[in-house]
Design a protein around this ligand. Structure first.
Ligand SMILES: Nc1ncnc2c1ncn2[C@@H]1O[C@H](COP(=O)(O)OP(=O)(O)OP(=O)(O)O)[C@@H](O)[C@H]1O
Length: 764
């Protein structure tokens, strides 16, 4: 690039930075002035306002001036907060104001327009943009095309402009480091630079190099269901985080981060991605795992954890049971079952008081089914509650006459009597009335527990209902379609009841349990959530997705998945897309396929691609590195020695190395052996830990969604991965590597690797 261009651009940059400095000073002044204001308001208030509380008008006057003062203060605080936020943005822009320039001509205009694009907008006077936010409609032309006609969406529809110049910058500390013009969409060189960087324990934003297909995902505002199917490392997570930032910008004022929820594969992943949005100047959305959501909804039940779920090896029969419970048919069956409860079969519990039945369940049933057939479950529940409260009130009189109440009145202390009077504000006339008053108070107080039980639906029996539903299931659903006999189902019910008695539920059962309870109690879901994202959707069952749709009825869904990485649902995940289709209107559903893989070098992507039997759709990004190495060692000690040498080599290259084992057990054993050899490593046992630099040892199910400079797969032997069922898991493990992949096996290599051509790795 000619030096004079760089000089001219530096000149422009200096001008922008000067303007930023002026705005910074303005804002600092504003903040100072507001702070002074706040002080003055407080001082004046203390001096001027005397608390006049003796007369009614005096009290009113005092209340008015307090209110006025509060209003003034909160208005100043808002102003101060706003200014501080703006200043924060400018402080970020000051070092690195923009990353691109576009010159274009719009329609019949006579002159070209020039815009600069950066992390946030900046104007030096109203409507005079020195920098455009990357999320502004016009900025799309940077991501959507090269030179020539490029279209982008505006609030008024699609527009096309003629792009004359596309210039990219690398700016550091207010100085232009490099500037280059490109004719491509987003220059490969810039992307290559970005991808060649070392990994970190935190994910970074990709704003400067968003690819065209990713831009479509980020800016989609039409779909109710956006399904992104992309190979490992194709930037699904990256794109979706930029999408959250885009939505918050696009709908600012109407959408806040608390209305967006992301379901992620594990907690470690939450920690890994939690810097991206703050880096983009936005707040993080709500993040949780499905397990956390279920546990939160079922505080008194122990839901099966990620690690338990993974370690439990499902045999074919167990898999069939998990499949049926995860199916959309099962979801519909639970809905149908709940529907029939409107007519019969609702299970009730006696309402007890002092060890005796106060309102028998038969009576509750009579009330519940006494309402006419137009009632739905929700109305039935509410009306029954009302009726039960009335019955409870009527029982006060009966209870007051009982011996225990008489004793209780006699045993009241002076303080307790005073307390009752203070609450009841009753004037006492004679001893008889006093007794009745106190007896009534005592009964009301002791009925409070029953009152709570009525309002919290304790008179319903969710456990019995759930078991009844399981027993009814063969009548509603044709279990034979899932290869399940009635005997097998009966055994499964027994096992589930056994678990339930111990206060435990499998994740699949937990979903249907909560769903049934929500239907029984007429819960309508959380309407506040407007956008719901699910990462690694291939590990969800159709049931869980339908349940989430029910639980967040106003949310638009963005689902990210790689059917090749289904480590829980296996081949069933392929059906998922079809099943999803039936949950959302077709014209509001969009499926986007990402085929280019950015994370790994070309050599690693070619290798991992062949681990899949249908991986032909994966296109590696042209970034070069070494071929993956496979080591097969005779014994465990020799293999551990190999891991030691490789980790040390990786570390010497300043790389973070993840040693990924299948389960926690393998990882624990290896990490112990490494410690004996004097190798310092961090074992990630649970998802509540943090990622650290250096050597980490992590079980496969916690490595989902993460990436590392180097990956050592341990132990890739036939003993550990004997058959096809682990193919997707092996793929997931190997695709975590960005720059270097080493596979170490004891005795013999798993047959899964036989599909990889021999010239794609080095065997030692
Ligand atoms: N447009 C881009 N510019 C720069 N880096 C990118 C781009 N797209 C993706 N990347 C990088 O590629 C890597 C993989 O992206 P990401 O983790 O989002 O992929 P993924 O599809 O979620 O992968 P997986 O399914 O394997 O977890 C990340 O380091 C990400 O920053």
């Amino acid at each position: 690039m000619a030096d004079n261009i760089k000089t001219q651009e530096q000149h422009h940059l200096d001008h922008v930075i000067d303007e930023i400095h002026i705005s910074q000073k303005d804002l600092e002044q504003k903040i100072k002035a507001t702070k002074r204001d706040v002080k003055d308001i407080n001082r004046n208030f203390n001096n001027d306002v005397r608390l006049k509380t003796e007369t009614y008008s005096g009290m009113m006057e005092t209340a008015m001036s307090i209110r006025q003062q509060q209003q003034m203060l909160s208005e100043r605080e808002n102003r101060q907060e706003h200014a501080a936020r703006e200043l924060g943005t400018l402080n970020k822009l000051e070092q690195n104001p923009y990353f691109a320039r576009i010159d274009f001509r719009e329609g019949d205009e006579k002159r070209d327009e020039t815009i600069y694009i950066g992390m946030a907008s900046f104007t030096d006077r109203p409507d005079h943009y020195l920098i455009y936010d990357w999320r502004a409609p016009i900025s799309s032309i940077y991501y959507n095309g090269g030179i020539g006609n490029v279209s982008y969406m505006t609030p008024d529809g699609e527009q096309t402009v003629d792009v004359k110049l596309k210039r990219q910058f690398q700016i550091e500390n207010s100085k232009i480091k490099t500037v280059f013009d490109t004719e491509e969409v987003v220059g490969d060189q810039m992307l290559l630079d970005a991808l060649s960087n070392r990994s970190d324990t935190k994910m970074k934003s990709i704003v400067t190099t968003i690819q065209k297909e990713q831009n479509q995902i980020i800016r989609d505002t039409d779909s109710d269901l956006l399904f992104v199917q992309g190979s490992a490392g194709s930037g699904k997570t990256a794109a979706v985080l930029q999408r959250v930032a885009f939505l918050l910008y696009q709908y600012r004022g109407n959408l806040h981060s608390g209305q967006i929820i992301l379901f992620s594969p594990n907690q470690l992943f939450n920690d890994y991605i939690n810097q991206v949005l703050p880096e983009l100047g936005e707040q993080n959305m709500v993040q949780m795992t499905f397990y956390q959501y279920s546990s939160h909804r079922l505080p008194s039940v122990q839901v099966e954890t990620l690690s338990e779920r993974f370690t439990e090896q499902l045999d074919k029969t167990a898999q069939k049971l998990t499949d049926v419970k995860g199916s959309l048919d099962y979801f519909r069956a639970v809905s149908a079952y709940a529907n029939h409860l409107n007519k019969e079969d609702m299970r009730f519990r006696n309402l007890m008081f002092n060890g005796e039945i106060l309102i028998p369940k038969e009576k509750i049933a009579e009330i519940y089914y006494g309402f006419n057939e137009n009632y739905n479950l929700r109305n039935r529940l509410e009306s029954t509650k009302e009726e039960l409260m009335k019955i409870l009130n009527r029982k006060i009189h009966v209870e007051m006459r009982k011996k225990w109440v008489e004793d209780a009145v006699q045993n009241l202390s002076k303080e307790e009597i005073q307390q009752f009077h203070a609450e009841g504000e009753e004037e006492i006339l004679n001893a008889d009335k006093e007794f009745k008053f106190l007896a009534r108070r005592i009964v009301i107080k002791s009925f409070r527990k029953v009152q709570r039980q009525i309002s919290r639906n304790h008179w319903l029996s969710i456990n019995n209902q759930f078991v009844h539903m399981l027993k009814e299931m063969p009548k509603i659903l044709n279990l034979a379609d899932f290869g399940i006999s009635n005997e097998l189902w009966a055994e499964e019910i027994k096992a589930t009841v056994g678990r339930l008695k111990k206060g435990r539920l499998s994740l699949a059962d937990a979903s249907s349990y909560i769903y049934l309870y929500d239907l029984m109690t007429g819960k309508r879901g959380d309407k506040d959530i407007r956008y719901l994202f699910i990462d690694e959707v291939q590990d969800y069952s159709a049931f869980q997705l339908a349940f989430l749709k029910f639980s967040f009825p106003r949310a638009r869904f963005t689902l990210l998945g790689d059917l090749n990485q289904a480590i829980f649902t296996h081949e069933n995940s392929r059906k998922l897309l079809g099943e999803l289709g039936s949950m959302f209107p077709e014209d509001k559903t969009r499926v986007v396929q990402l085929t280019k893989s950015y994370r790994s070098t070309e050599q690693i992507t070619n290798f991992t691609k062949h681990l899949l039997t249908n991986g032909e759709n994966i296109i590696p990004f042209n970034r070069q590195g070494d071929l993956p190495h496979i080591y097969v060692k005779d014994g465990v000690d020799a293999a551990v020695e190999q891991v030691k040498q490789q980790s040390e080599l990786n570390l010497a290259d300043h790389e973070t190395t993840a040693i990924i084992g299948k389960t926690l057990k393998e990882c624990q054993e290896l990490s112990g052996k490494l410690a004996e050899l004097g190798v310092k490593s961090t074992l990630i046992r649970t998802e509540n830990q943090r990622l650290v630099k250096g050597i980490i040892v992590v079980p496969s199910y916690l490595a989902k969604g993460l990436e590392f400079d180097s990956v050592i797969m341990w132990d890739a032997s036939t003993a550990c991965y004997p058959d096809e069922s682990d193919r997707q898991l092996v793929y997931t493990i190997c695709t975590r590597a960005m720059h270097r992949l080493t596979v170490v096996a004891v005795k013999s290599l798993s047959p899964i690797f036989e599909t990889v051509p021999q010239d794609e790795y080095e065997l030692n």
